[in-house]
Every structure is written in structure tokens, then in C-alpha cells.
Design a protein around this ligand. Structure first.
Ligand code: GDP
Length: 291
């Protein structure tokens, strides 16, 4: 599945060709990155998607009806794009990283628009904290084509999604990455034209280094859909590491005695901002779980 526009799709076929497609009925919800079975329709250019194959992983968020919305599937990597203009909400960045952790996807934080001057101290600190816990961080400018190699190299051989607040430069980064290498195929254009009345659309673009990147619509806020609040701790790798040494196996790292996470926050080994982020997402997830 290389593109979705509402109920219109574009498929990459086994022979490398691209085809426009639709699904039968309303129960199947393919997303970008999905593998599907499809058959050509007689006397029509469209293919019909008949089956969704099992997913290796899903990038999710809760929807307004108490269910789960899948944004993309079968991802190796996730890149959170950040910037100082508009100012980054680092809590949202943490929630994307949490999602990547739970999906088993490799995550990186790209700080864009470095051409606009010195990086804000709070942003620099956040980037250093991510570095310290093992996330790849890179500073670049899509506008001025600075350090784009680092992003391109990170994506090599991986299927990734670029996420982040609207306006940070995701589309500009993708345009820079795919310039001269990928043109929208007729099938993508057709799906886009016929699905133009919907705002939700995503496109998977192949890169010449064997990577692929999903361009998805920006979301104003983000939190992963986590059914069991205990999952939140697994999504913060430094919290998860410390949790093994907590007195209680089911420690949620709030007021429990003998909590190794709190001890590490107190002596600075865990970032106070990341810990706050963990507690906010935990409270949020507990609230949703009670509904
Ligand atoms: P998106 O909403 O995350 O896809 O962001 P866009 O790619 O649409 O970019 C939002 C705005 O930021 C546009 O006006 C871009 O021209 C601008 N922009 C993107 N990258 C850079 C950059 O590296 N430097 C500067 N100065 N502006 C940029």
C-alpha cells in the first residue's frame, strides 16, 4: 500500500508497477505500509483489495469514539521532526518516541530550520537528553539543504514515517529527500484526485538508497493508543531500564517506596522533563483505560 486518500488507494504491485485500488465494503481499513492481496477488476483500471495481511506493527492513536486509529503499519523507523519555529512541544516528541519504542521501530529526532540561528537552550537540552539515552539526533535545514545527508543515511534501507507538529518542515524535508528521485505515479495521482475531498492521506515514497518514507498529514497533538497503562513505562527506555531495580514489580514510579526511577530522577540520571512526560502519558492512559 503506497498511498491512501480516504477510501482511495494506490498499490505497489509485485512487478514494481503501481495501481489505483479500492476496497470492498467498509470493514477493511488499509493504511500506508500495509501488505494486501488484490485482484485486477475486469474492464477497469482499478484493482480490488480483497485481504489485509497481518501487520508487523502499527502506529496508533486513540480516536474520539474510544477506539484506535491506525496511522501507518509495518514501519522500521520513525523520525520526529522538531524546530524552534514553531516551538516544539517536547512532550509530544516523547509520546512519538514512546510509540516507536512500543512498536519496535528505531527512532530519531531531527531538529530542522537550523538556518534560523542558534538553537534555543531548552531545545538543545532536549536533544542532548535524547542523545544520552541512545536516540539518534540530527540538526538540519531542509530550506538551506544543510546536513540532509545525515537524514538520508538514517533512512537507508528502512521504511520510516516522518512525524511532528505541523509547520516544522516535514514536507520540505521529504521534498528535499525525494527531489529528482521520485515522481508521483499515475496511480497515486488518480487516487489523490478521486479522494481529494478527504483530508487524511498518506504517501509512501521510495528513496534511491533502499529506504522509504511515509509523508503523512500533521496532527496537532499526538499520543499512542496504549491499552495497558503498564505499557507506558516500556515506552520510555530509561524508565524501563531503571524499573528492573524498583522494589515492586508493578511500580508505576509515582509515590511507591523503593522506586529506582524516582531515585535516578533525584540524582539527575533520568531527565526531570522526560519523567514528567512519562507521568503525564501514564495519567492520560489510565484515564482512557477507565472509560
Ligand atoms: P510541515 O507542516 O511539517 O510539513 O512543514 P512544511 O514543510 O510545510 O514547512 C512549514 C514552513 O517552514 C514552510 O514555510 C517552509 O518553507 C518552512 N521551512 C521548512 N524547512 C525550513 C528550513 O530548514 N528553514 C527555514 N527557514 N524554513 C523552513
Amino acid at each position: 500500500m503506497v498511498a491512501t486518500f480516504g477510501r482511495r488507494f494506490a498499490l505497489s504491485l509485485d512487478d514494481g508497477a503501481t495501481a489505483a485500488a479500492r476496497v470492498k465494503g467498509r470493514t477493511m481499513h488499509p493504511v500506508c505500509g500495509d501488505r494486501v492481496e488484490a485482484v485486477p477488476l475486469p474492464n477497469e483500471p482499478d484493482w480490488l483489495i480483497t485481504r489485509l495481511l497481518p501487520r508487523a506493527n502499527e502506529l496508533t492513536r486513540p480516536n474520539l469514539r474510544g477506539g484506535i486509529e491506525v496511522l501507518a503499519a509495518n514501519l522500521d523507523a520513525l523520525v520526529v521532526v522538531t524546530a524552534d519555529f514553531p516551538a516544539t512541544d517536547w512532550f509530544i516528541t516523547d509520546r512519538y518516541l514512546c510509540a516507536a519504542e512500543l512498536m519496535g521501530a528505531t527512532a530519531a529526532v531531527a531538529f530542522n530550520k537550523i538556518d534560523l540561528g542558534a538553537i534555543e537552550p531548552a531545545s538543545e537540552q532536549a536533544l542532548e537528553e535524547y542523545d544520552a539515552i541512545g536516540y539518534a539526533t540530527l540538526r538540519c535545514s531542509a530550506g538551506r539543504n544543510v546536513n540532509m545527508d545525515a537524514l538520508f543515511d538514517f533512512l537507508a534501507g528502512r521504511r520510516a514515517i516522518l512525524v511532528g507538529q505541523s509547520g516544522v518542515g516535514k514536507s520540505s524535508l521529504i521534498n528535499r529527500l525525494v527531489r529528482d528521485s521520485v515522481l508521483p505515479t499515475a496511480a497515486v495521482s488518480k487516487a489523490r484526485r478521486e479522494g481529494r475531498h478527504t483530508t487524511a492521506n498518506s504517501v509512501l515514497l521510495s528513496l534511491p538508497n533502499g529506504g522509504a518514507v511515509i509523508d503523512s498529514p500533521g496532527v496537532r497533538d499526538y499520543a499512542p493508543a496504549i491499552a495497558d497503562p503498564a505499557g507506558v513505562g516500556r515506552g520510555f527506555r530509561e524508565v524501563h531500564d531503571a524499573a528492573a531495580a524498583c522494589r515492586f514489580a508493578n511500580c508505576r514510579h509515582r509515590r511507591e517506596p523503593g522506586c529506582e526511577v524516582k531515585a535516578r530522577v533525584a540524582d539527575g540520571r533520568i531527565s526531570a522533563r522526560r519523567y514528567e512526560s512519562y507521568k503525564r502519558l501514564l495519567a492520560n492512559t489510565e484515564r482512557l483505560a477507565r472509560r
